[in-house]
Design a protein around this ligand. Structure first.
Ligand SMILES: NC(=O)c1ccc[n+]([C@@H]2O[C@H](COP(=O)([O-])OP(=O)(O)OC[C@H]3O[C@@H](n4cnc5c(N)ncnc54)[C@H](OP(=O)(O)O)[C@@H]3O)[C@@H](O)[C@H]2O)c1
Length: 167
């Protein structure tokens, strides 16, 4: 069963600003990519990311929120840390952020894939970042470029990184 990280970051690896995405809602192509990959699977997120999506479950996915306190929201499972969240997950599982949860996930061997959207933007005032990848551990296996257009303000690269087999 696949377990993967899914993330979008800019040229400085920024993922967040003031509790939202640094580029706001200006990249619908990335939101569509996110939906296409995660639909039908389980999504694991930190409590602040859950709040950033409106404190409601995303439809057609099992939503698991990591927090020291239950969310009290119907249709959402709560786990106290990433390993408990992974134990609850049954289907293809996507770690959807934020920074704290990504940091934990990069150290879990069974999470072996990163779906990264690399946004060709430099966001001012960003406050949340995706860690630099250790390229002795990860390798890039796929990259698709998508130019900016009327609906999408910035160009994107959809990139896949895989965890290298243990030597
Ligand atoms: N660009 C992207 O792809 C992307 C994706 C996701 C989020 N974001 C952005 O990232 C920002 C939010 O990220 P963030 O790093 O600030 O917060 P976060 O990781 O979403 O949430 C942090 C909270 O999750 C819980 N938590 C996480 N790891 C834990 C652990 N090991 N043990 C116990 N509890 C744990 C804690 O909740 P409690 O305090 O309730 O205990 C903690 O305060 C927002 O700006 C959001 O828009 C961007």
């Amino acid at each position: 069963m696949q377990k993967a990280i899914i993330v979008a970051y800019d040229t400085n690896r920024a993922i967040g600003r003031g509790g939202d995405l640094p580029w706001g809602r200006s990249l619908p192509a990335d939101l569509a990519h996110f939906k296409r990959l995660t639909r039908g699977g389980d999504i694991i997120m930190g409590r602040k990311t859950f709040e950033s999506i409106g404190s409601r479950p995303l439809p057609e996915r099992e939503n698991i929120v990591i927090s020291s306190r239950p969310t009290g929201v119907k249709g959402v499972l709560t786990a106290v840390n990433l390993s408990s969240a992974l134990a609850l997950s049954r289907y293809p599982t996507f770690i959807i952020g934020g920074a704290q949860v990504y940091g934990d996930a990069l150290g879990v061997p069974e999470i072996d894939t990163i779906y990264a959207t690399e946004v060709d933007a430099t966001s001012p005032d960003a406050d949340t970042f995706f860690p630099e990848l250790d390229m002795t551990v990860w390798e890039e296996t796929d990259r698709v470029h998508r130019p900016a257009d009327e609906a999408n303000v910035y160009a994107l690269d959809f990139v896949i990184y895989r965890r290298k087999a243990a030597q």
